[in-house]
Design a protein around this ligand. Structure first.
Ligand SMILES: *Cc1c(COP(=O)(O)O)cnc(C)c1O
Length: 438
C-alpha cells in the first residue's frame, strides 16, 4: 500500500483500526445494524467503503519475530491462535470480517467459515471424534451428513446411535445410556451429540433444551452439543441460547440467499472452535476470498430477505392448507402435534419458508404439479430469493432405503417447497394453476 502524503524515510506506523462501536447509550446494536460495518475499518484499505477482495496466498510479516509469534499461535505452541494474517489456508481479511459478522448473528464468541456446509460439518465431526467413539445424532439428517457418519467415520471405528427428532426426555435418556454402554464396550467415549432441527424434509423439531439437560445429567461436559441450524438460522432459531454449544450452517442456503454460492460455517465459544480451527488449518477448507465477500453482501440483507420469505410462506401455506388437492402441510406455522408445538414455542422465532406439501395422490400427481409450475423453479436447495420446488422421494432422498424413507415420513406424495421473496399473490396464482393440472 503506498502513501502519497508520507515522503520521509521513516516507516509509516501501521494504521490502527478504529475501535468498534457495538453499543449506543448502553444498548447493544442489533445484528442488522452491525452487518454494515462490524469487523472492517476503511482506513486499513485506502478508505474503500466496502472491503476489497484480498486475492493473495500469503501475508508479509512486520519482522521475523512477528512471523515466529504468528506460527507459535497457529501451531498451538502458544495459546490464543494467530494474532494476524499469515497464510490464506489459515485466514484472510475477507474471511475474518465474515466470521466476525457470522458470530454476531448467533451470539457466538467465535465463528469459522468453510468452502461448503459439508466441509464445515465433516471437519467439525473429525475434530471431535477419535477411534472407538460414539456419535449420538437426531434423525433425519441431511443425507450427506448421515452418510459421513455412517460410511466415512465408520471406516475409522466411530459408531453412531440415531434418535427420532421429536424424542422426549425419557427416550433420549435411554439413547444416552445405550451410547455410553456402546462407547464403554468399544473403549471410547460419547464424542458428540449432533442435532439437525428442523429435520429435512419433514421439519421435525428437536428439543434442544431437553438435550442439554440430559447431556449435563449423563455425560462429561466435554462432549459438545452441535446443531445444524441451516433451515431456521440465523433469524428464526438461536440454538446457543437454548443450550447448544456449536451451531453449524450451510451458508449456501438462507445466509448466501441468492443461489449463487456454496459455503458453510460453525460458531460457538472459542474453546469449542479451537480444535476445529486447528484441523481446518491443517486440511484447508476455509471459504475463498470471493465467496467470503459475496457473503458479506448477503449478510447485509439476510434479515430483510428472511422476513419477506417468511411472510410469503405464511400466505402461501394459508392458501395451500384449504386446497382440495392438498392432503396436508409440513409447515412449522401450522403445527398440530402438541409436543412439536411446545418445542416450536420455546425455540423458534418464526416458522421459516421451507415446508412440505402432501399432494393427494403419489409420484405421478406430484410430477404433474411440479411440471406445471411457471414461477417456482424445479430444483433442490432452499433459502434463495427465488421459490424452488422438488420431490424428495425421487431426488434428494432417492438413495435412502424405502423402509427408512417411510419411517422418516418421506412419502411419494411429498413435495418440498422453499419460498422466495417474489410477490406472494403471484406465487399463490402459480400454485393454484399448477394444482389444477394435478
Ligand atoms: C444444504 C445443506 C447442507 C450441506 O451444505 P452444502 O453447503 O451444500 O455443503 C447441510 N445441512 C443442511 C440442513 C442443508 O440443507
Amino acid at each position: 500500500m503506498t502513501d502519497a502524503v508520507d515522503s520521509t524515510d521513516q516507516p509509516t506506523p501501521r494504521r490502527k483500526p478504529k475501535p468498534q462501536v457495538e453499543k449506543i447509550g448502553g444498548s447493544k446494536l442489533k445484528p442488522s445494524t452491525l452487518m454494515m460495518g462490524h469487523g472492517y475499518d476503511p482506513a486499513l484499505s485506502e478508505g474503500s467503503l466496502k472491503p476489497p477482495i484480498f486475492l493473495t496466498s500469503t501475508f508479509a510479516f512486520d519482522n521475523a519475530a512477528a512471523g515466529k509469534r504468528h506460527f507459535e499461535g497457529i501451531t498451538g505452541l502458544r495459546e490464543g491462535g494467530a494474532e494476524g494474517l499469515v497464510y490464506s489456508r489459515f485466514n484472510g481479511p475477507n474471511q475474518e470480517i465474515l466470521e466476525d459478522r457470522l458470530a454476531v448473528w448467533d451470539g457466538a464468541e467465535d465463528a469459522l467459515s468453510f468452502s461448503s456446509g459439508m466441509t464445515a460439518i465433516c471437519i467439525l465431526m473429525l475434530a471431535y471424534c477419535s477411534q472407538n467413539d460414539v456419535i449420538v445424532h437426531s434423525g433425519p439428517l441431511y443425507a450427506a451428513s448421515e452418510g459421513f457418519v455412517a460410511k466415512v467415520l465408520a471406516k475409522f471405528g466411530v459408531t453412531y446411535i440415531a434418535f427420532p427428532a421429536g424424542a422426549d426426555r425419557e427416550t433420549f435418556d435411554g439413547v444416552l445410556e445405550k451410547a455410553k454402554a456402546q462407547a464403554g464396550e468399544n473403549g471410547g467415549k460419547v464424542a458428540m451429540i449432533y442435532l439437525e432441527s428442523p429435520g429435512n424434509p419433514t421439519n421435525a423439531l428437536v428439543d434442544i433444551e431437553m438435550v442439554r439437560e440430559a447431556r449435563d445429567a449423563a455425560l462429561d461436559p466435554s462432549c459438545p452439543i452441535a446443531i445444524d441450524n441451516t433451515f431456521l438460522g440465523p433469524l428464526w432459531q438461536r440454538p446457543l441460547e437454548h443450550g447448544a454449544d456449536i451451531v453449524a450452517y450451510s451458508l449456501t442456503k438462507y445466509v448466501g440467499g441468492h443461489s449463487d454460492l456454496v459455503a458453510g460455517s460453525v460458531a460457538g465459544a472459542k474453546r469449542w472452535m479451537d480444535p476445529v480451527r486447528a484441523l481446518r488449518n491443517t486440511m484447508g477448507g476455509i471459504t475463498d476470498p470471493n465467496t467470503a465477500w459475496m457473503l458479506l453482501r448477503s449478510l447485509e440483507t439476510v434479515e430483510l430477505r428472511m422476513q419477506r420469505a417468511g411472510e410469503n410462506a405464511e400466505k402461501v401455506c394459508a392458501f395451500l392448507r384449504d386446497h382440495p388437492k392438498v392432503e396436508g402441510l409440513g409447515y412449522l406455522g401450522f403445527l398440530s402435534d402438541a409436543r412439536q408445538k411446545d418445542i416450536y414455542d420455546r425455540h423458534c422465532l418464526g416458522a421459516g419458508s421451507t415446508f412440505s406439501v402432501f399432494i393427494k395422490g403419489g409420484e405421478e400427481e406430484c410430477f404433474r404439479f411440479l411440471d406445471a409450475l411457471k414461477v417456482a423453479k424445479l430444483a433442490v436447495s432452499l433459502g434463495g430469493t427465488e421459490t424452488l420446488a422438488s420431490h424428495p422421494a425421487s431426488m434428494t432422498h432417492l438413495s435412502v432405503a424405502q423402509g427408512r424413507r417411510a419411517e422418516l415420513g418421506i412419502s411419494d406424495n411429498l413435495v418440498r417447497i422453499s419460498i422466495g421473496i417474489e410477490d406472494a399473490g403471484d406465487l399463490i396464482a402459480d400454485f393454484d394453476q399448477a394444482l389444477e393440472q394435478v
